[in-house]
Write a protein that binds this ligand. Structure first.
Ligand code: ZN
Length: 275
């Protein structure tokens, strides 16, 4: 071997070690951010209110008098957000219904006499119509999340997004008798292309993101106390909170966390709103 071979070999060893470290780091990040697909939300509501909703202007007063930021923003609504002092929390549950978790959450909401908004997955609802019926009859809002919850299909084009929304709404209408214009983009609207967002708005959907989260869909989410603490921490100093949770089948700590979260916000003087 020549004299230059040794350094070359060593470089290769270092290179392999560095590549392995990078691969592990990447895998950890990928798992942490990948479980809910595109985790793009900002949790610190002191920085901004990333909660957006598209509303016809005549509905600003009714639905958003408590000051949730609206889209498209205008001077009137911006004014409203900055001067709001009333404290409202909107509990939202995505990705249900599930036989295992949804009834527990509904029982807790009943016992606390609180209403919430359920962003449902049509495919799951078709096989669990009794749960959607119960949500609607109990006075909760049944809203559109997706039919398939398959990002690749949904976000392929504006057209496929609208098809997905309509299919989910067909299921909602077949159970409740009415369609919903309240929508949550799978993964949230952050980072989506403007033509995708515009398509939903032009289709008459008001979309709602969130500005606080139990982080129950994230890797290593922890138990009841962790979810509770996440909700409290991510909503600190917020007058208007849209809290993200999930009622999909593996979210076993979400129901009891929800009970604690409700008691906390009640004690802090919040009222509970729905979309
Ligand atoms: Zn979802």
């Amino acid at each position: 071997m020549t004299e230059t071979a040794q350094p070359y070999c060593m470089n290769r060893k270092y290179f392999a070690a560095a590549a392995a470290i990078l691969a592990v780091a990447f895998a950890v990040l990928w798992v942490a951010y990948g479980l809910e697909g595109k985790t793009r939300q900002t949790f610190n509501c002191a920085q901004s209110i990333p909660t957006l909703a598209v509303l016809p202007s005549n509905e600003y007063e009714e639905a958003f008098s408590s000051g949730i930021q609206t889209y498209p923003a205008d001077a009137q609504t911006t004014e409203k957000v900055s001067h709001t002092t009333e404290k409202t929390v909107y509990l939202t549950f995505d990705d249900g219904p599930s036989d295992r978790i949804t009834p527990k959450i509904l029982d807790i909401l009943d016992s606390e006499n609180v209403k919430a908004t359920f962003f449902i997955v049509g495919q799951q609802a078709e096989r669990r119509r009794y749960l959607i019926r119960r949500e609607a009859e109990s006075g909760h809002t049944v809203a559109v999340h997706s039919y398939t919850h398959d990002y690749k299909k949904i976000y392929r084009s504006p057209q496929s997004l609208i098809e997905d929304i309509d299919r989910c709404n067909d299921v909602i209408e077949s159970i409740t008798g009415r369609r919903s214009c309240v929508y949550r983009f799978p993964g949230g609207s952050y980072g989506l292309k403007s033509d995708i967002i515009a398509a939903a708005a032009e289709h008459g959907m008001r979309y709602v993101d969130w500005n606080a989260s139990t982080r129950d869909a994230e890797w290593g989410a922890g138990g009841t106390d962790d979810l509770y603490r996440n909700a409290v921490e991510t909503s600190a100093n917020c007058n208007n909170i849209v809290l993200l949770s999930h009622d999909s089948t593996d979210k076993k700590y979400t129901p009891e966390a929800t009970r604690k979260i409700i008691k906390y916000y009640k004690q802090k003087g919040y009222t509970f709103g729905t979309f």
